[in-house]
Design a binder for this molecule. Structure first.
Ligand code: 16G
Ligand code: MG
Length: 542
């Protein structure tokens, strides 16, 4: 390591005094103007990680659903997975080191992680459409080059596409070609194969309206859409030509406000969906004939997909295990439906893709979705081998089911959740089952729910257990929540410190919207009083 060169370059990417940031569930994320030094340093870290794993490492510059002024950065590990937890700590140390300590921290990390400094390093970089992203990804490149790493800059990519590229490169092209073209071909081929057996329907059923959050999803879908036409025709809205990224649109807006995005023309019973700013989340929705808005969130997506997979697994009859992984935010009705009607085992983990991903790996086939629309399906190596073998050998019906499963394996970006993959799988299932969006929605009825935010002096005073469903500290808060929950029917509430914002999140559900809103308010007040609330007290009616 040429530490003198690092010190010289680092001055050009100086860390603002006193700024402390944490590598959280979504990497580093804050106002773009505070991130130049973090980007440079993540370039350095990616080189060390690449040398240590002797593999290509990815760096994605994005702040997903956050406002356009924000930005962020995440590292992608060799198998296209999120960065290993021990390296999140290294990332935090490196990002927060004062200028004069930077060389020492680099040496420390190299020693602790037993990095072979003579090894070559290769880093691939992607970025979203934010105005700040191009400049910030240049800072990543500066970091990579000063430590002697090689790099390839993909430029504009969705987050899942960068994960895909990393995995392709580390599997010698076996997973697919490490190009955008390769990604389009792999997914659309599987989609066309899978939907071959769908019966013919009217043209209107094949159209899907997509709100692209004025983000990268618009550019990539525009490039990709002719690959799966005429099987599916997508109409793009909020494509970034006019509106601001994530402003009054996108999956996060639709899910948290439970209303349609601006900038999309919805007619009664038309199927619509929204991506988030980096296209790793998706939610569906429609207006019924009375003009009422219906949201189909990640829970209902998981239900649709797992019921289809379960049918196929029954058909091949090979005893492969299927499990669904959710978080505490999953609507109580979805959990009940999955367990009691579909008889599928359901597990709850902490919020954040890496936790769900980890749990889903325990099954032959693990379906995981957060209610916010972040999710995918993982197939174990053994399941994949079995399915591929059956698709070649067995008799007719079994073979048909195995072939479909094979296409589904190819369709899901097996690295992390991908809005484009999810959309294609959902569209294929709806076509194959001849289901309308209303029929899908009618699988079960969501319990009314409400999410609120509370400002506190230090959100770390709250600690939780049981996959964030119970508060351990501060004392008395869980008892207060228990007493409030008892007042309502079908009720549930929990609180947790956010991993991405400086606030505490409150979730409540109950038998009616009115009761849900009361419960959410009362729990917010308990948090404010017992966990050091600051600013304005929570108000009833929001
Ligand atoms: C991040 C997570 C997302 C989670 C959200 C929760 C990843 C890639 N992203 O965006 O899964 O739902 O954080 O945010 O893990 P919160 O901690 O502010 O509620
Ligand atoms: Mg996202």
């Amino acid at each position: 390591m040429d530490l003198d060169a690092v010190t010289k370059q680092s001055v050009l990417h100086a860390k603002p005094d006193g700024l402390i940031l944490q590598y959280g569930t979504a990497g580093f994320r804050t106002k773009a103007e505070h991130l130049d030094h973090v980007m440079f340093r993540m370039g350095l870290l990616a080189v060390l990680r690449s040398k240590q794993t002797k593999s290509t490492i990815g760096v994605m510059v994005t702040a997903s659903h956050n406002p356009e002024e924000d930005n962020g950065v995440k590292l992608v590990d060799p198998l296209g997975e999120m960065l290993a937890a021990s390296w999140e700590e290294h990332a935090t140390c490196l990002a927060n080191a004062e200028e004069q300590h930077l060389p020492r921290v680099l040496v420390d990390i190299s020693e602790k992680a037993a990095v072979d400094l003579h090894q070559d390093a290769f880093v691939v970089i992607g970025r979203d459409t934010r105005p700040s992203s191009e400049r910030l990804s240049q800072s990543v490149i500066d970091g990579v080059t000063v430590l002697g790493g090689q790099f390839y800059d993909y430029g504009l990519l969705t987050t899942p596409q960068l994960h895909y590229m990393v995995f392709c490169r580390n599997s010698n092209g076996q997973y697919g070609k490490a190009t955008v073209e390769g990604y389009y071909q792999k997914l659309s081929l599987a989609f066309v194969e899978l939907t071959k057996q769908a019966f013919c329907r009217g043209d209107d059923h094949r159209t899907l309206k997509v709100d692209c959050a004025n983000g990268i999803g618009a550019l990539k879908l525009a490039e990709m859409k002719h690959y799966f036409c005429p099987g599916l025709s997508v109409q793009l809205f909020n494509d970034g030509t006019k509106g601001k990224l994530n402003h009054l649109c996108g999956a996060d807006f639709v899910k948290s406000h439970q209303k349609p995005p601006q900038g999309i023309e919805m007619r009664a019973n038309e199927r619509c969906c929204s991506f988030d700013g980096d296209a790793d989340r998706i939610v569906y929705y429609y207006h019924d004939a009375d003009g009422q808005f219906h949201l189909i969130d990640g829970d209902k997506i998981a239900t649709l997909i797992s019921s289809f997979l379960k049918e196929l697994l029954l058909e091949i009859g090979d005893g492969l295990s299927l499990g669904v992984v959710q978080t505490a935010y999953a609507n109580g009705s979805s959990t009940r439906y999955l367990e009691e009607v579909m008889k599928v085992p359901v597990y709850c983990t902490k919020t954040g893709v890496k936790h769900l991903h980890h749990k889903a790996q325990e099954f032959d086939i693990g379906v995981y979705f957060e209610a916010n629309g972040h999710g995918t399906v993982l197939f174990s190596k053994a399941a994949e081998t079995k399915i591929k073998q059956l698709a070649k050998e067995s008799e007719d019906e079994k073979r048909k089911a195995a072939k479909m499963l094979e296409n589904i394996i190819d369709l899901f970006n097996q690295t992390i959740g991908d809005a484009i993959s999810d959309m294609l799988v959902i569209e294929a299932i709806l076509a194959l089952k001849g289901l309308t969006v209303q029929q899908w929605d009618a699988l079960y009825t969501d319990l009314p729910n409400r999410q609120l935010k509370v400002k506190v002096a230090d959100r770390q005073v709250i600690s939780t257990t049981d996959a964030e469903r119970q508060v351990v500290k501060p004392p008395g808060l869980q008892e207060a929540i228990n007493d409030l929950v008892k007042k309502y029917r079908l009720s549930r509430a929990f609180v947790r410190p956010s991993g991405t914002e400086d606030i505490v999140r409150v979730y409540a559900e109950a038998d009616s919207q009115e009761n849900t809103d009361s419960l959410a308010y009362e729990v917010s007040l308990a948090v404010f009083q017992l966990a050091g609330g600051i600013g304005e007290r929570p108000q009833r009616g929001f």
